[in-house]
Ligand binder design. Structure first.
Ligand SMILES: C[S@@+](CC[C@H](N)C(=O)[O-])C[C@H]1O[C@@H](n2cnc3c(N)ncnc32)[C@H](O)[C@@H]1O
Length: 212
């Protein structure tokens, strides 16, 4: 758990707001923050950043990565410094990210090329030059959000790297990866053994680099 920063009061208020935004599965008050964010899993971040690099940009660095459901936003510290990052989150978590990255991690968001954007504004993004990244977040949304991203984002972005640990409880409890694979030729579905914890995790990606 984080030490409380001097500006905690501002941040704590946001966490107790009821969330009314696109596709958040639980409409009740935000549960304890430590249950939502695996801040200690820094080894995962390094692992995902490395896998993205190996799969999607072995020879070049992407210009922009959009992360969906970034939690505290700690992933920004693991991408190459020159990459512009857009963190797409629900509004209370955007406030948490701002507090965490600026007050706790002492990052200058402008200098680091980090933008924080509400999920409600995701349609403002021009996806054509963006790489999409998400770790363990789609399963916290309604299934409809996955379908919207399947229809509007994954075909348009340069590539998508998505990892998760299970399907939806309230829908057909299947890996959404299979659905994605059925729609796009470029989809790579990998069953990856996470060596750090001996836990089997799965991820998929689309690599649209050859799509005109
Ligand atoms: C389990 S946490 C994962 C956080 C981080 N990616 C990690 O791996 O540590 C899921 C995140 O998804 C976010 N989330 C849930 N529903 C969302 C939605 N509809 N749009 C954007 N983010 C959402 C939550 O706020 C939370 O930060």
């Amino acid at each position: 758990m984080l030490n409380r920063s001097p500006t905690w009061a501002r941040w704590e208020q946001a966490l107790h707001d009821r969330i009314r935004t696109m596709g958040v599965r639980r409409w009740r008050q935000f549960p304890e923050i430590k249950r939502n964010i695996r801040l200690s899993d820094k080894d995962h971040y390094i692992h995902y950043a490395k896998r993205c690099r190996e799969i999607f940009w072995p020879d070049a660095t992407p210009e922009t990565i959009v992360e969906f459901g970034a939690g505290y936003g700690g992933m920004v510290e693991f991408w190459p410094a020159e990459v512009h990052i857009i963190n797409l989150e629900i509004p209370p978590m955007i406030q948490v990210q701002e507090q965490y990255l600026v007050a706790e991690r002492k990052l200058d968001l402008v200098e680091h090329g980090v933008s924080l954007l509400s999920i409600d504004d995701f349609r403002l993004i021009d996806w054509s030059d963006k790489h999409f990244f998400s770790a363990f977040s789609f399963t916290e949304t309604t299934q409809e959000v996955w379908q919207i991203f399947m229809a509007e984002v994954f075909p348009r972005c340069r590539g998508a790297y998505i990892t998760g640990s299970r399907g939806w409880n309230d829908g057909p409890n299947e890996w959404p990866w299979e659905e994605l694979k059925g729609c796009f030729d470029e989809v790579v579905v990998c069953h990856d053994i996470n060596l750090f914890r001996g836990v089997r995790r799965e991820f998929c990606g689309t690599n649209n680099r050859q799509t005109p």
